[in-house]
Write a protein that binds this ligand. Structure first.
Ligand SMILES: Cc1cc2nc3c(=O)[nH]c(=O)nc-3n(C[C@H](O)[C@H](O)[C@H](O)COP(=O)(O)OP(=O)(O)OC[C@H]3O[C@@H](n4cnc5c(N)ncnc54)[C@H](O)[C@@H]3O)c2cc1C
Length: 473
């Protein structure tokens, strides 16, 4: 299918030029000096400022294959970008090339079969709106602008996680261009080792050009924002209620100082609150029952829970293209959050002088935990609560203060679960990547990597170096 290959430059000393790139590729090549360059090299994370040799907006799988071959043959660092939300800055290279999938946004929905083939330049929001028009959904995360490429390859934990599992639990097949430039179809029967690896193993194995997803019937949800005063009892009660809730209900609770939102009384602004998003994916009457225990935890400061179409869960504007936060952040799993942990959370948040300090608590379980841990490369099926800690700040010289705050906070909360969800990892070093892929998961991934990317061309990611013999140990 992919026949046109660029000439090898391996034997010449001059690297490929931008003019040569333009001649070889169908997609747009954006290079230093182009008016679009600064915008094109910008990623979501405001603390990443890199200048690639070129950003290539690939047009099709053929382009993807050619860019891979060009990077390989010219020894250029290759960054792969879907939605550009990597907090580690993995979707932009300093001096290398960016393979940007933003213009590959095709989507074919088969409402009868309840499946969709999606090109990986789509965002979670675009996919969700299109599927929602049929009363169907695949679960992604809490943010519409996240790319389906990155979130899917790392696992995908969102508003449907307890009802329909991780995003990868709805992944039926994928088309992947591997390091040798070949386009392969992977599913449970074809390249099963690779299909296992890309469900959690990130961008280590090739560039996914299309995903085939299972769609679920989600005609409406009972969902929205519930804001409660943050006391130790409310936080502990919230966790207990989320854990006891039926699988239809998934929650994301941000404990933070209340921003000056117009619908909150002025005296609440700046006080610690629980800003929780609740999504009950099922019938409204049953949903009302499921959310009742949360409403009873304290008199809500705001209660915006209402029946809605699922895509409405994503606000129309999350800050826009110009929003590039700078943050010190850590992700972890916890086994339990009772009163003592809640007190600690409140005390640490109160102590931060960041422009915004937040502890995000996501009770897991439900459908996500019903898949065996070894069935995919996402190994944390039994983790109970995901916790994301973050301090957002404006002045670069404050970095050390907020980094120290977040790492001390993490250490204080740490319990027995030493795992970590790869998609929320920053550039935190090898030990943390191992924590994302513990034990035999790491060995299996390294073996698959050895077979599909033995020279580690795809290394600008949470990297799994290839095992040399390509065998599973
Ligand atoms: C504001 C925000 C909210 C988030 N919320 C959630 C959430 O609720 N749930 C959740 O699970 N995660 C969440 N995340 C984490 C998110 O899943 C990861 O950052 C993910 O990697 C972003 O995907 P992307 O395509 O936008 O990022 P990119 O930066 O484009 O990609 C990240 C990496 O993934 C790989 N990659 C991306 N696309 C491809 C592809 N097509 N082929 C091969 N490799 C590829 C590359 O290695 C790339 O460096 C959130 C992140 C942010 C910044």
């Amino acid at each position: 299918m992919i026949t046109k290959q660029p000439p090898s430059k391996a034997s010449t000393s001059a690297p490929i030029s931008v003019t040569e790139l333009r001649a070889l590729l169908n997609g747009r090549v954006i290079a230093p000096g182009d008016p679009a360059y600064d915008q094109a090299r910008t990623v979501f994370a405001g603390y990443i400022d890199r200048r690639p040799m070129a950003i290539i907006r690939v047009r099709d799988a053929g382009d993807v294959a050619r860019v891979i071959s060009i990077a390989r043959d010219n020894g250029l660092e290759l960054a792969v970008r879907s939605g550009g939300h990597s907090s580690a800055g993995h979707s932009v290279s300093q001096g290398g090339i960016v393979l940007d999938l933003a213009e590959m946004r095709g989507l074919e929905i088969d409402p009868k079969a309840r499946t969709a083939w999606a090109e990986t330049g789509l965002t979670a929001g675009e996919y969700t709106v299109a599927a929602g028009a049929h009363g169907l959904a695949t679960g992604f995360g809490d943010t519409a602008s996240v790319g389906i490429g990155g979130i899917t390859l790392g696992g995908g934990i969102g508003y449907l996680v307890r009802k329909h599992g991780l995003t990868i639990d709805s992944l039926l097949a994928a088309e992947v261009v591997t390091a040798d430039g070949g386009l392969i179809y992977v599913d449970k029967a074809s390249h099963a080792d690779l299909f296992w690896a890309i469900r959690g193993g990130g961008g280590n194995f090739g560039v996914a050009t299309r995903f085939k997803y299972q769609l679920h019937e989600v005609p409406s949800v009972l969902g929205g924002l519930l804001i409660l005063p943050a006391t130790p009892d409310v936080i502990a009660g919230f966790i207990a209620a989320a854990d006891a809730a039926p699988g239809e209900l998934s929650t994301i609770a941000n404990v933070m100082k209340a921003p000056p939102m117009p619908f909150l009384p002025a005296e609440v602004h700046g006080k610690l609150v629980v800003m929780a998003m609740l999504v009950y994916a099922g019938d409204t009457a049953a949903g009302e029952k499921a959310v009742a225990p949360f409403r009873k935890l304290a008199a809500p400061l705001a209660d915006m829970l209402k029946p809605m179409r699922y895509p409405e869960i994503y606000p129309p504007d999350e800050g826009g293209d110009g929003y590039h936060p700078v943050a010190a952040a850590r992700t972890m799993f916890m086994d339990s959050i009772g009163r003592a942990e809640a007190e600690l959370i409140l005390e640490r948040l109160q102590a931060s002088n960041a422009s915004m300090a937040v502890a995000q608590l996501r009770v897991l379980g439900g459908a996500m935990a019903q898949v065996p841990a070894e069935a995919t490369a996402f190994a944390h099926r039994n983790s109970r609560i995901m916790v994301n800690l973050a301090a957002l700040y404006n002045q670069p010289e404050e970095k050390a203060t907020h980094e120290a705050w977040v790492s001390e906070f993490e250490a204080a909360l740490r319990q027995d679960d030493a795992g970590v969800y790869v998609n929320f990892l920053g550039a935190e070093g090898e030990a943390r990547v191992h924590a994302a892929y513990p034990g035999s998961t790491w060995e299996r991934l390294a073996a698959v990597k050895g077979r599909y990317d033995p020279s580690n061309l795809f290394r600008l990611n949470q990297n799994i170096p290839p095992a040399t013999d390509g065998h599973i140990h």
